[in-house]
Design a binder for this molecule. Structure first.
Ligand code: GAL
Length: 650
């Protein structure tokens, strides 16, 4: 059964409403209440002054009403007095300026003072509430990376980076070699000479850049783990999580996830649509539903991050306040997103937030209740879900027939060596996933670290960093493999592999990539595929190969050179594929890999969870769906109105 929750800020409301709020939550069918992630300055208003009483009382009220508390460590917002006492807590920007107090997330992950203080406050929270019978889980901090806060160029960061490099390379000669420091006379004589990227004159070597990103990512892991260790020791049997920001590529979410008991993520499809790198026409069409596959992709990604255990910790309940434009979702979408999450394997959905704020930055952000306590639209949708869930049997999410690879290291590599605006790894990987969804195929979003034995096909849209272990796993499994451009084009150190790209992937397919070019939008570079003409989008590679060409470039320049090649095991694509081309190619790959597809299903989405099939209508018109004769309809009807769904059991 899908469990429901809310994010609650009792500190923003008078005490008089707490009891009533708790009762109304229970009546609505809410189970989890997440609290206190920004409470540090309230609990510890001054150096060595504490006020726990209000938080004790809140937990007691929520718990006795029958609610389960998700307690947070409050480290995302260190208090002003603390920052004044230890100014090295503040992060430093790329120009070398310390960022200021006055909002949130104003800390440097490498700050020695911050780490000590974060451990101290975490310990106090865990000692006080760790064994509280109403506290059932812990969230560590809040949204690592929000407001671009992973990278800091402080002295502490510089010092820690040097130590990290020393550990990684051992000797400065090894670093010089790995970074290619004979180039531009960049040699170092000791680790002490190395800096972070602050105030650099132009680009540093990509090896330096990627090492700095990986170092910063490891700092996030260490900061997170330091808190998890304290909470686990003092709060037995309460699982820990972090609420990740979907799509944020600034650190390795799989690695942070390894130290947590479950993953959770924050789902804001309206803001994600407005901020997406897609045309205005696409945005207009999906203005009030968001991109159907954006929440789907993240539900899948975080299911992997949580090793099968995933919640949505913050679900958008109406318009938000922080995107370039903040339109309202269609009525019904909050319910649809909740069921979509459940279909993808999410077991708990918490709404952000219980009551719309009357003051401060997020006044325009909707909630389940209006600021005066009256129900808003999402309240009624949650009420409906709480009823509907009774009709569904308990089920577990199963492995999908195909997987898409999402690799953080490769994202960092493409950032360090973009080679032109035309190559957009984020939207590229997402488009491959989305196309599978449009063809009615369930796909897992996974990293190269998982087991591939049981997949029928593995799609690798942009795995730039060569990875021998991964290639060997693919070789040993029966899966078919589809490689996108740039796969295996750099070693771990960000060098071109000796055997030329795609590096170790050459064990799967006979090809050398001899030239790459990025193309402007106005370039017209046609490609013939399966009797149709499409175009190269933003990227083109020249291949030297003996494999069969499935598609050709047909412009005057290198006329007839292969654009897609393949053998029985593996295909390689030498351009970026979008739109109809991608649809056509993916369908062809699915047929090749013997994966059942539904063909182009437009704005419908089919998702399977155990014996249940969920069908969602993201379009503007009612759609009729064929229900299998042996199926029982559990929710909805075969004519699905817009922003609505159908569920059947087989
Ligand atoms: C999230 C954040 C919340 C709140 C919300 C508003 O990024 O975790 O604290 O700010 O956005 O949409």
């Amino acid at each position: 059964m899908v469990e429901l929750g809310v994010c609650y800020y009792p500190e923003q409301w008078s005490k008089e409403v707490w009891k009533d709020d708790a009762k109304r939550m229970v009546d609505l069918g809410i189970r989890y209440v997440r609290i206190a992630e920004f409470s540090w300055a309230l609990v510890e208003p001054k150096d060595d002054h504490f006020d726990w009483q209000w938080l004790d009382e809140v937990i007691e009220i929520l718990g006795t009403a029958g609610l389960d508390v998700v307690m947070c460590t409050p480290t995302a917002a260190p208090p002003k007095w603390l920052v004044d006492k230890f100014p090295a807590i503040l992060p430093v920007d790329k120009d070398g300026n310390p960022r200021k107090f006055g909002a949130r997330r104003h800390y440097c992950f490498s700050s020695v003072d911050l780490l000590r203080e974060a451990k101290r406050i975490t310990k106090l929270f865990a000692e006080r509430y760790g064994k509280n019978p109403y506290v059932k889980a812990w969230q560590i901090d809040n949204e690592y990376g929000d407001h671009n806060t992973i990278y800091s160029f402080s002295d502490d960061a510089t010092h820690a980076f040097r130590n990290w490099l020393q550990k990684k390379y051992g000797t400065i000669d090894k670093l010089n070699e790995a970074w290619g420091n004979t180039f531009w006379s960049m040699r170092y004589n000791s680790f002490e000479e190395i800096d972070t990227q602050r105030n650099m004159l132009c680009m540093t070597t990509p090896s330096h850049e990627v090492d700095y990103i990986e170092f910063s990512s490891d700092q996030v892991c260490a900061f997170n783990k330091a808190q998890v260790d304290i909470v686990r020791a003092l709060s037995p049997n309460r699982p820990t999580t972090h609420n990740f920001m979907g799509h944020n590529p600034d650190f390795d979410h799989y690695k942070v996830g390894e130290d947590l008991d479950f993953a959770s993520w924050d789902s804001y499809p309206m803001g994600a649509l407005i901020n997406a790198n897609i045309s205005d026409d696409q945005k207009r069409k999906m203005l009030r539903t968001g991109l159907p596959d954006q929440p789907a992709f993240n539900n899948e990604l975080y299911r992997t991050v949580g090793r099968g255990n995933v919640w949505i910790m913050e679900q958008q309940p109406g318009p938000v306040n922080w995107a370039r434009h903040n339109q309202s979702p269609e009525d019904g979408m909050v319910r649809l997103w909740t069921w979509l999450a459940y279909a993808h394997g999410v077991d708990v959905v918490c709404y952000f937030r219980w009551r719309q704020a009357k003051f401060a930055q997020e006044q325009y952000h909707a909630a389940l209740l209006l600021p005066n306590g009256k129900p808003d639209q999402a309240f009624f949708e949650v009420e409906k879900i709480a009823q509907e869930r009774k009709a569904l049997p308990a089920t577990k999410k199963q492995q999908a027939p195909v997987a898409i690879i999402y690799d953080y290291k490769s994202r960092w590599g493409a950032r360090a060596l973009p080679q032109g605006k035309g190559y957009d790894p984020a939207s590229h990987a997402f488009e491959w996933y989305s196309t599978l969804c449009k063809l009615g195929v369930d796909a897992d979003v996974v990293g190269p670290h998982v087991d591939f034995t049981n997949y029928q096909a593995v799609f690798v849209p942009d795995m730039m960093i060569d990875n021998l272990d991964f290639v060997e796993k693919l070789k040993q499994s029966k899966t078919k493999v589809v490689l996108g451009p740039r796969c295996g084009s750099k070693t771990d150190e960000m060098h071109i592999p000796d055997q030329l790209p795609p590096g170790h992937f050459q064990q799967l397919i006979d090809v050398e990539v001899t030239r790459v070019e990025s193309l402007p939008e106005y370039a017209d570079d046609p490609i013939e595929f399966d009797g149709k003409t499409y175009r190269a989008d933003g990227w083109r590679e020249s291949l030297s190969t003996h494999e069969t060409a499935l598609a050709h470039f047909t412009s005057k320049y290198r006329h007839g050179s292969p654009a897609i090649i393949g053998n029985d095991k593996c295909r390689y694509v030498a351009t970026q594929l979008y739109g109809n081309f991608l649809m056509h190619f993916m369908q062809d790959c699915l047929t090749w890999a013997e994966v059942a597809s539904l063909g182009d299903i437009g704005d419908l989405r089919f998702v399977k969870r155990g014996k249940l099939t969920f069908v969602f209508n993201f379009g503007d018109d009612t759609r009729e769906v064929e229900v299998p004769p042996n199926a029982d309809i559990l929710l909805g009807q075969k004519n699905i109105p817009p922003a609505d769904l159908l569920v059947w059991e087989e």
